[in-house]
Ligand binder design. Sequence first.
Ligand SMILES: [Zn+2]
Length: 465
Amino acid sequence: MKLTLTAVALAATLLAPLAHASQDAPTAHEQKALEIYRTAISMRTAEGFGNVPKLANYLAAEFKAAGFDEADIHIKDMGETAALIVRYRGDGSSGKKPILLSAHMDVVDAHPEDWERDPFTLIEEDGYFFGRGTADNKMGITSLTSNFLRLKAEEFVPNRDLIIAFSGDEETGMVTTKALANDFRDLTGAEFVLIADAGGGALAEDGSVLSYNMQAAEKTYVTFEMTVTNPGGHSSRPRSDNAIYDLADALKKIQAYQFPVSSSELTRTFFRKSADQAEGDLGKAMATFAKNPNDAWAVKTLRSYPEYVGTTGTTCVATMLKAGHAENALPQTATATVNCRIFPGAGVENTLNTLKEVVGNPAINWTVTYEPTESPASPLRDDVIGPLTKAVHALHPGVEIVPYMESGGTDGMHFRAAGMDSYGVSGIFMKGSDVYAHGLNERLPVKAFYDALEHWHILLTEIAG
Ligand SMILES: [Zn+2]
């Protein structure tokens, strides 16, 4: 889960937060959701613990108890982890293909000795829920599961099938995600995907709502290693050819290089809608870029902000180095790691060729350190943005829906790569300073928990009602 707008410089007077149902006694649905949340967090579903199937089985039992047909509940064991698929049958009256609902059951591990509270016990304190996964992504699991249970109890019949697709290794290999997107298509085939692990509302530090951010694209994450080799020799007899110097020359060229500007309907819309919230030159640059992405001043200005440079095109940066084998020997090898975030459509192969050209040293050996997944941007569809706007405005009237491109790393990329439009539409509204996903003492504001449950209830009934 990632929000990109939280760092915008802001006129922080947009909208006051609304009063909320959680101030009343919790409803039966809210109590059930809390029970699911607590149970899911108590299971240490990090890689290597083998607990994801346990969580999948627990959830499957909840669906069954709520009246879902056993034939519509599928646990797919895959090694030590698992995927869960649950179909909520509609009456087919819309004549449309199903909608897939995505979240992930695994978490990044947490070491209890490092935390202030036990990460695998849900603890409510100071207006927050603490625990591993409170935000990423046991909240997504809870929102979707509890709303399926609630809708069933309310005898809601969707006008098309809704299908839950929970992955079990989103934080690591994404093997279950790839299977959900490709191998289990007979069960998961859908018109588009709503992702509970991305998107959401951005709050200013005073709690006012800045915007709602919908993830509609991801950059391609890829890592290259460039290696220079050399016969080496004694360090008392230096020569002009030297693996470390050659590598340093190459790195300086990469540092000086800027990839050409890229833009799309999505990124131009992002900058147009973000411009109002940003002050001074930044706001002006955003508005200018939205109209003319080739405006040199706007590009230069946006690229001076680390939080926006990636939205203007592909970026590559050196992140690791290793070289030499002894302090008194000429280096025989020198290797640098270069991590790239490639703009959708720009292509991994093209990017590598550009880097090779920039460096201009054919003696350098390039390797890709892991298999990248390229995914297209999803179109800004009215049949998604309409219902989403209703859900967002029910709790936060008038807030802008701002589409954004993620720097890379959610289940969405595999669904998009498999041809399914995907949208990160989490119901969580949070301040930047409250985001501790993957880190120590992960937390979720209690208000965000109850609001997110309501968000999904409105979204699902609007989009398939
Ligand atoms: Zn996540």
